[in-house]
Ligand binder design. Sequence first.
Ligand SMILES: Cc1cc2nc3c(=O)[nH]c(=O)nc-3n(C[C@H](O)[C@H](O)[C@H](O)COP(=O)(O)OP(=O)(O)OC[C@H]3O[C@@H](n4cnc5c(N)ncnc54)[C@H](O)[C@@H]3O)c2cc1C
Length: 229
Amino acid sequence: MEHLVTDVAIIGAGPAGLFAVFECGMLKMSSVLIDALPEVGGQCAALYPEKPIYDIPAHPGIEAAELIAQLEAQITPFAAPRLLGRRVEQLAGGPGAFTLTTDAGDTVQAKAVIVAAGAGAFGPNRPPLDGLGAYEATGAVQYYVKRREALRGKRVVIAGGGDSAVDWALALNGIAASLHVVHRRAKFRAAPESAAQLDLAAARGEIELVIPYQLHALHGADGALQAVE
Ligand SMILES: Cc1cc2nc3c(=O)[nH]c(=O)nc-3n(C[C@H](O)[C@H](O)[C@H](O)COP(=O)(O)OP(=O)(O)OC[C@H]3O[C@@H](n4cnc5c(N)ncnc54)[C@H](O)[C@@H]3O)c2cc1C
């Protein structure tokens, strides 16, 4: 349990919170970073460390984990203390004299607070399919790709039509043995450039688009997935 005093308390150590440490440091203000997750990086580190990101200025393409590593390097000179694995549960006081309390009983007294909580607590959007739990338990059904190599040589079905689905389809092209993208609409909601690349990969026969359909059933036994209907 820690009791810290600082100029600025930053709730959330995702990319926004990490860069807030830099901005505070440049203004000669001390800061403390607090995050409910055990590591910094927010969604980038927890959900998609190996996914390439293409919309960061001055980076034509950078993997999420590398982006976080670069942000870490950028804030190293400011040596902001971190309270990780701690969720901020209370905010009391007012401008000039805030007190934050975490679920572990830590307190941080701060003159100002930056809320960089992003999506807050994040969790998967589970499809209503029979027997889903057994496939989740074995990892046959996953909601995030943490390591692309874990899917090398596997037959992969991606369900979804947004940026994540399309980006993962492109990132796994050439790694998975086969790739099907199932989307309930004919048009993908992803960034137009990514959607265009997906169409090109489909035209080359590298990725099969299953549109407009949605997942109906999973077939297999004891959590071993054999087919997707
Ligand atoms: C699969 C996927 C792919 C993506 N791809 C891209 C992409 O290619 N390009 C792009 O620009 N964006 C992408 N995004 C979106 C991008 O990751 C987010 O916009 C970005 O992470 C937001 O950063 P943030 O720092 O604001 O918040 P987050 O990354 O959400 O971090 C917020 C942090 O706050 C912490 N927190 C929340 N509440 C509390 C609390 N009470 N106490 C302590 N800690 C708390 C959370 O634990 C979390 O670590 C993608 C998102 C996903 C899920």
